[in-house]
Design a protein around this ligand. Structure first.
Ligand code: FES
Length: 108
């Protein structure tokens, strides 16, 4: 079942900035890449640590892997080479930014 999660008002995140958000029990991070929003599940591909923007990289707080905020690609550290932060689909509607999250519903 697809869920729509409100993240923030449109235009509230400046270029080169990132914002963390929660969706259900999980965490996400959204980044403004020169006017194009990119969103990822904020779960490091090593052991699921949370990242935050430090300079121009997403930095894992747990063991310090780094990811490209424009693509989600792992840049260095203990996260596996070739791995990516899982991308989240974005929808902009009525002046708000949402992410779409596919969630298994045992009762559907
Ligand atoms: S959990 Fe991110 S580097 Fe280990």
């Amino acid at each position: 079942m697809m869920h729509t999660i409100l993240v923030m008002p449109e235009g509230s995140l400046g270029e080169g900035q990132a914002k963390q958000f929660n969706f259900g029990p999980r965490k996400g991070i959204i980044y403004n890449d020169a006017g194009i929003l990119k969103a990822y599940e904020n779960a490091c591909t090593h052991m699921g640590g949370t990242t935050d923007l430090q300079g121009d990289v997403l930095h894992c707080r747990m063991h310090h892997a780094e990811f490209d905020p424009c693509t989600g690609a792992r840049l260095c550290g203990q996260a596996p080479e070739g791995s990516y932060l899982p991308p989240l689909e974005i929808k902009i509607e009525n002046g708000n930014v949402f992410v779409l999250w596919e969630m298994f519903d045992a009762f559907a």
